[in-house]
Each structure stands twice: as structure tokens, then as C-alpha cells.
Design a binder for this molecule. Structure first.
Ligand code: 13P
Length: 282
């Protein structure tokens, strides 16, 4: 089927107590791997690319890859701009065929984040698509920008933010970081419940790679209904390519080594879908 808006799949996940799995795909092979895993597990799926990935390959190229894969699949698949850095890029993504956009104003002062997010939410709504905002910070590298460290979302501010922006879903800071954790992440689970008591907007967990599965499930139990994974897939892909090149040092056909990267991303995506509780929900 064609790419769909993720609105329905996220609302169904919220109502059903599971999470829509969202995977950052950097290339065709990673997107193929995610789609194969989702299709085999009968799971709804969100493919996403960050602003820097769009600068690398162009929105039209990723939209074409995701669109072709979705058309061949019998499960609903959405294409989302992750960490959109500007209004202009969000518009470009929508015009290219993305079915959802995030605008990340979390580094701005509250009022500026509200103004930027409201503009993107209105633009997306005008063409029937949902927008994701962020309040509080995820630590580590947020796409190209280095964050000073996790800043936790204030539940009252979240209520004001949701009201003022009209945003569909909200990424919240509860102590996760993008990238590789040094040690076990300390998560403020109670904060998810506190935010969920204040607003009914779907809540999004960023920086999920490296968070123990049991903790991810607890986040979902408390109200997270979209879960983002990037680093684990990047590592799986790169490890696979490295292993294949070590085994075939004379290989020069990219298919020889990309195939092993793809296989490992497929395995990683299946594990994520299971943790999210999304198997059989398509
Ligand atoms: P990880 O790289 O930690 O999985 O974070 C992914 C993410 O939140 C993308 O926005």
C-alpha cells in the first residue's frame, strides 16, 4: 500500500498499550531490512530520516525508496522526518512525500520552541499530516547538534506546550540520550506517567538504543507509544559490513558486504518490534 500517515498507527498503539516502532534508515538496505522485519511480524512501522540524512541523500530519494517499499508491502508504513531542524526542511519533506514531520525546537527558549512548533504543526495539519514536537532534551547528539545533557520535561510545561502548539505527538526528556550509553541510563519513569496525566498527546521516546528492554517496556506501560531506534541499527549495519569485508577481503561488489549489513539490521529490527509489543498489530 502507499505510505500512510502514522497518526492512526500511533493512536492505535496508544489505545492498545504498545508502541509504534520507528527506525532511522540511512540507505536502501536499512529500509529494506526494516520493512522485511515489519512485514514478517505483521507490524505497523515508521521509517524515519534525520535532517542530516536528508542533506546527505535528498528528501526525494528517501521518499522514493520508502514509497516503493511501502507499495510492495501489505502492512502500513509511514515516512517521518526525524529532528526536523527548520520550517523550510519540514515543508521540503512534506512536498517530497513524507507523511509526518518532527520539528525539534528543544534547544530554543520555551516561547520560541512554541512558535516554531506551532508553525510546523499548522503547515502539516493543512495537508492532513501529524507533527511531532520536543520539549525537554534528549542527551548526546541530536542529529548534528550536541546537547548539553538530558533535560527533563516539566509536565505543566508539556500541557502548555501541547495547548499552544496544537502538535500531534510530543518527544519528552526522561533521561535518555542518543548514541552509545556509558553505563546504564538512569531514567525518570515516573515523569512519563506525570506527563501522561496532564496531556493526551501521544508521547515519544528518543534515544532508545542501549536502553534495557525491560525499561523500554516500562516506558511503554506508562504511556510512551512511539519508540525511536537509530544507533543500534547503524551499529548492526556497520558491524555486518565490517564482518563481510573481513571474510571476503578481496570483494569489490558492494552487494557482497551490504547484504550482511542488511541481514543484521533485519535481526535488530525484529527484536525492536517484539520489545515494542507491535507484532501482529498491522
Ligand atoms: P538512538 O540513536 O539512541 O537509538 O536514538 C534514536 C532517536 O531518538 C532518533 O531520533
Amino acid at each position: 500500500m502507499p505510505l500512510v500517515s502514522p497518526r492512526e498507527m500511533i493512536l492505535r498503539a496508544q489505545a492498545g498499550g504498545y508502541a509504534a516502532p520507528a527506525f532511522n534508515a540511512e540507505n536502501m538496505e536499512m529500509a529494506q531490512a526494516v520493512m522485511q522485519a515489519a512485514e514478517e511480524m505483521r507490524a505497523p512501522v515508521i521509517l524515519q530520516t534525520t535532517s542530516s540524512t536528508l542533506r546527505y541523500g535528498g528528501a526525494g530519494l528517501y521518499a522514493a525508496i520508502a514509497g516503493a517499499l511501502a507499495s510492495d508491502a501489505a502492512i502500513p508504513a509511514a515516512l517521518h522526518l526525524d529532528h526536523g531542524e527548520s520550517f523550510a526542511l519540514a515543508v521540503r519533506a512534506v512536498r517530497a512525500g513524507y507523511t509526518s514531520v518532527m520539528i525539534d525546537g528543544s534547544r530554543l527558549a520555551f516561547a520560541d520552541n512554541v512558535a516554531l512548533t506551532r508553525g510546523v504543526a499548522e503547515m502539516a495539519a493543512a495537508v492532513g499530516l501529524p507533527a511531532e514536537g520536543e520539549l525537554g532534551k534528549v542527551g548526546g547528539k541530536e542529529d548534528d547538534a550536541e546537547s548539553s545533557g538530558p533535560a527533563l520535561t516539566d509536565p505543566d510545561e508539556a500541557a502548555e506546550f501541547a495547548r499552544e502548539t496544537g502538535v500531534f505527538s510530543l518527544a519528552i526528556g526522561i533521561g535518555t540520550s542518543h548514541g552509545v550509553y556509558k553505563g546504564k541510563p538512569a531514567l525518570d519513569m515516573e515523569r512519563i506517567s506525570a506527563v501522561a496525566r496532564k496531556i493526551s498527546n501521544p508521547l515519544v521516546l528518543h534515544g532508545t538504543s542501549g536502553v534495557p528492554d525491560a525499561d523500554v517496556r516500562e516506558c511503554i506501560r506508562r504511556g510512551i507509544c512511539k519508540v525511536n531506534y537509530a544507533t543500534e541499527l547503524r551499529i548492526a549495519f556497520t558491524d555486518g559490513v565490517r564482518a563481510a569485508l573481513a571474510e571476503h577481503p578481496d570483494a569489490f561488489d558492494p552487494k557482497v558486504y551490504l547484504k550482511e549489513g542488511r541481514r543484521r539490521v533485519y535481526e535488530a529490527a525484529k527484536a525492536v518490534i517484539a520489545v515494542c509489543g507491535a507484532e501482529g498489530k498491522a
